[in-house]
Design a protein around this ligand. Structure first.
Ligand SMILES: NC(=O)c1ccc[n+]([C@@H]2O[C@H](COP(=O)([O-])OP(=O)(O)OC[C@H]3O[C@@H](n4cnc5c(N)ncnc54)[C@H](OP(=O)(O)O)[C@@H]3O)[C@@H](O)[C@H]2O)c1
Ligand SMILES: [Zn+2]
Ligand SMILES: [Zn+2]
Length: 352
């Protein structure tokens, strides 16, 4: 066991502050990684503030962070795919049973014994797992990913959650050229959704509440941008979209989007607001529309997504911040004031 510096929250109302946590010494199958960058996902904020108490109550202290890119510093004797010096990444999961039908299909995200990167059950040290707002992490090889060398580490970090969470449903629902795809909410997830929909060849329509993001949306790959608070603009798209990715972090009118689906279209929720959304039955019945959800993605698909990003030279648009600005960043996230993901430069933790 060894001590590392980290930033943690002591309660739902505490600011994140510098702290020390313990990491295990790497066992045979483990990879030890010095963290270079960690993205700030809105899920970090939901979790720190215990907004998902009904589904996954937060255990304190909470060290968030599941968009991790770093340098391998040590490997266990049985590790085959990594060596010290390699660039490596860790996303939202650090363990699963490896034997259930979900794991056998490479869908670890659905494993009943899944261990999340933070606030999961730590089978090694007891208590809960601690995430990437820290100097280093020790993770078994099965959950460590390779980062293509052409991607910048700061911009690649958000791929580990925002990237896979938007890539996976587009692959599952087979988004392809010729389709009309809507992306709702131009935040960390949404802006990756736009990049992927565009790269997959779909006609991409962004729905945003922020008029100031219009030019960016077009630059990111959108073919059209709709200011969602403008009912007339919304109406023009009624019944036209094959697929909608909803990446909104707060309460919103879901029916306004269901009505934009064409017959047999699908709206996938990836955004996970604190409160339930009101779904009118007729919005779905008329048009045989589907409302679905999707969590992150499996490890094999996460590697596929990273390789896809390597081939297409895709990374997140990031604002790099020192860890000391994390509380300010959370407040800005709540105001949709980030273009389009904060990526924490973990070197800043050394001065704590
Ligand atoms: N399913 C999964 O596995 C998974 C994985 C990661 C994250 N998530 C969840 O996905 C959601 C988005 O995460 P994120 O990190 O992308 O968050 P984010 O960067 O804060 O982006 C959320 C976007 O939602 C829009 N928005 C915010 N408040 C709104 C409101 N009141 N009404 C309408 N739109 C609003 C804003 O876009 P505009 O300014 O363009 O309107 C904002 O940029 C969070 O709930 C997060 O927990 C789910
Ligand atoms: Zn996340
Ligand atoms: Zn399993």
């Amino acid at each position: 066991m060894f001590n590392v510096k980290a930033y943690s929250a002591a309660s739902p109302t505490s600011r994140l502050a510098s702290n020390k946590i313990k990491r295990r010494d790497p066992a045979n199958h483990d990879v030890q990684i010095e963290i270079l960058f960690c993205g700030i996902c809105h899920s970090d904020l939901h979790q720190v503030r215990n907004e998902w108490s009904g589904v996954m109550p937060t255990v304190y202290p909470c060290v968030p962070g599941h968009e991790i890119v770093g340098r391998v510093t040590k490997v266990g004797s049985a590790v085959k795919k990594f060596k010290p010096g390699d660039l490596a990444a860790v996303g939202c999961m650090v363990d699963s049973d490896g034997t259930c039908p979900q794991c056998r299909e490479g869908l670890e995200q659905f494993c009943p014994n899944l261990v999340l990167t933070y606030n999961g059950t730590d089978a090694h040290l007891g208590g809960v797992t601690y995430g990437g707002y820290s100097e280093s992490v020790v993770v078994q090889e099965r959950f460590v990913l390779h980062v293509p060398a052409n991607l910048s580490p700061a911009g690649a970090a958000p791929l580990l959650c925002a990237g896979i969470t938007t890539y996976s449903p587009m692959r599952h629902w087979a988004v392809t050229k010729g389709q009309r795809v809507g992306v709702v909410g131009l935040g960390g997830l949404g802006h990756m959704g736009v990049k992927f929909a565009h790269a997959l060849g779909a006609h991409t329509v962004v729905f945003t509440t922020s008029p100031s993001k219009k030019d960016d949306a077009l630059r990111l790959g959108a073919d059209e941008v709709v200011i969602s608070r403008n009912a007339n603009e919304m109406k023009k798209h009624a019944g036209t979209l094959d697929f909608i990715l909803d990446a909104v972090a707060a309460d919103h009118d879901i029916n306004a989007y269901i009505s934009l689906l064409r017959r047999d279209g699908t709206l996938v929720l990836v955004g996970a607001p604190e409160k339930p959304l009101a779904v009118p039955a007729f919005g779905l019945i008329m048009g045989r529309r589907s409302l679905a959800g999707s969590p992150i993605g499996g490890i094999a698909e996460t590697q596929e997504m990273l390789d896809f990003c390597g081939q297409h030279n895709l990374t997140a648009d990031v604002e790099v911040i020192p860890i000391q600005k994390v509380n300010e960043a959370y407040e800005r996230l709540l105001k949709s004031d980030v273009k389009y993901r904060f990526s924490i430069d973990m070197a800043s933790l050394k001065s704590e």
